[in-house]
Design a protein around this ligand. Structure first.
Ligand code: 5GP
Length: 210
């Protein structure tokens, strides 16, 4: 039987570069699957239904909640966002490590439901760098940028509850670090119960034969 994958939550400030980090990680390694969330917000330019999000109506989203089809959901700027359970379950059963790129509220709910989840918070090296990146995008008004920075202040309060804080300064390095965090998690003794039991049995057999 294939070993079940690990559930990983990646959160980070808007402008932390976590989206690019995810894309690069998935490009370099086949062992990961990125969960696709359902949302009631409208698609942005270049976004595709079923690739970036499942774009659904509020009625449809409420029905998913009623049917228990979501592992968690949260509202953000008048829209719902949620993690569909089927996709996550299927990929984990295949042995993939499943990454949920969700906000701090979702992270808290997932950790409560699945205490073995690894929580990773991605941040730029400094607040000034975060502001520089948000301004550098050149796509938003100063009010919008200030709104994102204000939200970052709120989100920073959750950082101490994460398992890892990952500084995204150099993308290639950050990808390597995230990959090695997850590899190390696989080697934790509490995730290796089967191996420990098999080895213990084998040792008992060998010593009996002597
Ligand atoms: P955006 O609209 O910029 O794509 O996402 C807004 C926020 O919603 C981001 O912080 C993103 O991580 C979060 N988000 C996306 N999908 C989910 C989800 O399934 N659950 C929760 N709780 N947050 C999500």
């Amino acid at each position: 039987m294939k070993k079940k994958g690990i559930l990983i939550v990646v959160s980070g400030f808007s402008g932390s570069g976590k989206g690019t980090l995810m894309k690069q990680l998935l490009k370099e390694f086949e062992c990961y699957a990125l969960s696709i969330s359902a949302t009631t917000r409208a698609p942005r330019e270049g976004e595709e239904n079923g690739r970036d999000y499942f774009f659904v109506t509020k009625d449809c989203f409420r029905q998913m909640i009623r049917e228990g089809a979501l592992y968690e959901y949260a509202s953000y700027q008048d829209n719902y966002y949620g993690t569909p359970r089927q996709y996550v379950d299927d990929r984990l059963a295949e042995g993939k490590d499943v990454i949920l790129e969700i906000d701090v509220q979702g992270a808290e709910k997932i950790k409560q439901r699945f205490p073995d989840t690894v929580l990773v918070f991605v941040t730029p090296p400094s607040a000034e760098e975060l502001r520089r990146r948000l301004v550098g995008r050149g796509t938003e008004t100063i009010e919008k940028i200030n709104g994102r920075l204000a939200r970052a202040v709120e989100e920073a309060r959750f950082m101490p509850f994460y398992d890892y804080v990952l500084i995204n300064d150099d993308l290639a390095l950050c990808v390597k670090e995230l990959h090695s965090i997850i590899r190390s998690e696989h080697m934790k003794a509490r995730r290796s119960q089967e191996l420990i039991m098999t080895l213990t049995d084998e040792l008992a057999q060998i010593t009996k034969g002597e």
